[in-house]
Design a protein around this ligand. Structure first.
Ligand SMILES: Cc1ncc(COP(=O)(O)O)c(C=O)c1O
Length: 405
């Protein structure tokens, strides 16, 4: 039994039809579908245990707090963090990266440098642009070369004693490139820079161990890893989090407050002002449990085979231009392509008529689109429930596209 055969009965949405055809959901990089276990955890939480956390002494308040804090332990274990204090709950990757830009931003001076890459999602670019604008710092980008990999020689040349932060995607949401994060971290640390890794497209697909990557920050979203929307995680290395002022102020991030000053709370709560997204955090713990039971090595192997099949089948179609590495060792669960002579939106629309959901457009990566010389691409992306049969259907529909116009 394949992994997808095992999982599919858990995902109620996969039974629905779209335009009279069985749904073929190839848009998991935008947001994955949810297993019954996650949906049940959300319902169960609201039906039996909801109250605010970290404040109410009554039974429900304590139950909700225990659920939230045990979710923190699950996430810590899932990504291999050394301490639970290093796991900060955020609203998503975007929120987590803005949190870092805000907190680290206070220490940035004019002419300091921030280094991003040309393949970043806007989420890992715009907060740094805003920071550089506000603090008079300089933003630089590592070029994308060849089939869609980072130019590591240029990276080393761009690093300087002025580099304060290196912000890099673990996996590109367009090219599927798996970047050599451990190597990037080691070179950046040697130059004295902090490293933030955008793990939005990595945590759902690869076994992750943040302690061995040695990154200072690692951000990801719940909704791309079978969990609910509205929750994400910022991993921060203890020593680095300890050295930072909070990003934002509010309730629960303090110990003691006077009218003109306050004493900050301990980690990780210092970075979690206000009521957290409690139900989504409970749902995220269920998603972590689900993925852990499957085993991330097995998930990665399953998606590796799907990538191989997609590249094999799509490269037989001479009308297609495929982007990203062909080397499967550095390619994750995303395949972007274009059909010669057709706008990506038209391709996505025609595929939708067949029940096939793909994403089309710039994928929030406009600088990368410029580097590729395109306005956008079509993108097929996979998850645990994606089957080889669905990839074959995609390839067949693309081969028949001219008949559909
Ligand atoms: C690589 C990458 N970074 C960041 C994000 C933003 O994630 P979110 O919208 O969940 O904050 C995405 C979402 O598509 C992504 O693919």
């Amino acid at each position: 039994m394949t992994l997808a055969d095992l999982c599919r009965p858990d995902f109620p949405i996969l039974a629905r039809k779209v335009n009279g055809k069985p749904l073929v959901y190839l848009d998991s990089a935008a947001s994955s579908q949810k297993p019954r276990q996650v949906i049940d955890a959300l319902r169960g939480y609201y039906e039996t245990s909801h109250a605010n956390v970290h404040r109410s002494i009554h039974t429900l308040g304590e139950e909700a707090t225990a659920l939230l804090e045990s979710a923190r332990d699950s996430v810590r274990e899932f990504i291999g963090a050394e301490q639970r204090e290093e796991i900060v709950f955020a609203r998503g990757t975007t929120d987590a990266i803005n949190l870092v830009a805000q907190a680290v931003g206070r220490t940035i001076r004019p002419d300091d440098e921030i280094l991003v890459t040309e393949m970043e999602h806007h989420t890992n670019l715009i907060p740094w642009q805003m920071l550089c604008r506000d603090r008079g710092a300089v933003l630089k980008a590592v070029p994308v070369v060849g089939e869609g990999v980072l130019d590591l020689e240029a990276f080393s040349r761009l690093l300087s004693p002025r580099t304060r932060v290196v912000a890099v995607a673990h996996v590109s949401n367009v090219l599927g490139t798996i970047n050599p994060v451990a190597e990037i971290v080691s070179r950046a640390h040697a130059a004295g820079a902090l490293v933030l890794v955008d793990g939005a497209q990595a945590v759902p697909h690869l076994p992750i161990n943040v302690a061995s990557l040695r990154a200072d920050f690692y951000a990801f979203s719940g909704h791309k890893m079978l969990g609910p929307t509205g929750v994400g995680v910022l991993y921060g290395r203890r020593a680095v989090l300890d050295s930072l002022e909070p990003a934002w102020g509010g309730g629960e991030m303090i110990k003691e407050v006077w009218i003109d000053h306050a004493q900050w709370n301990d980690l990780p709560w210092r970075f979690e002002p206000g009521t957290p997204p409690i139900a989504p955090i409970v749902g995220l713990a269920a998603a972590v449990e689900y993925l852990s039971k499957l085993g991330m090595e097995r998930v990665a192997a399953h998606e590796h085979e799907l990538c191989r099949l997609t590249l094999d089948l799509l490269s037989k179609n001479g009308d297609l231009i495929i982007y990203g590495p062909r080397n499967l060792e550095i390619k994750s669960a995303v395949v972007a392509f274009n059909v010669r002579g057709l706008h990506p939106h038209d391709v996505a629309h025609l595929l939708d008529e067949e029940g096939i959901a793909v994403r089309a457009g710039h994928h929030c990566a406009m600088p990368l689109m410029r580097r590729l010389g395109v306005v956008g691409t079509v993108r097929a992306s996979f998850s645990v429930y994606t089957t080889p049969g669905e990839i074959e259907l995609l390839a067949k529909s693309l081969a028949n596209l001219h008949l559909m116009i």
